[in-house]
Design a protein. Sequence first.
Length: 94
Amino acid sequence: MDAIVYGTKTCTWCEQVVRALKGAEDNIFQKVNVTKIDVNEPDNLEEMKKFAGEDARTVPQVVIDGEYIGGYTEVDRYLKSLVEVIPEPTIDRG
């Protein structure tokens, strides 16, 4: 999985989302490559807006495998959707 995190050097939520992406490796059983891009650079901000839309004004904004996911909350939901749910065994008390 390749993830691009658009953010700033001082953004706490940007660091949180990077940690969440890297921490998900054990749950989704695949390597996560994270690239951080600083939107303080004008070209990088324009690149982020191509994915997130012209009205995007907050960071982080995350793209995974070429698909725009959103901010921290959306990435958290996305990662949880990738985890295989194993049903609890039932006990027959019959």
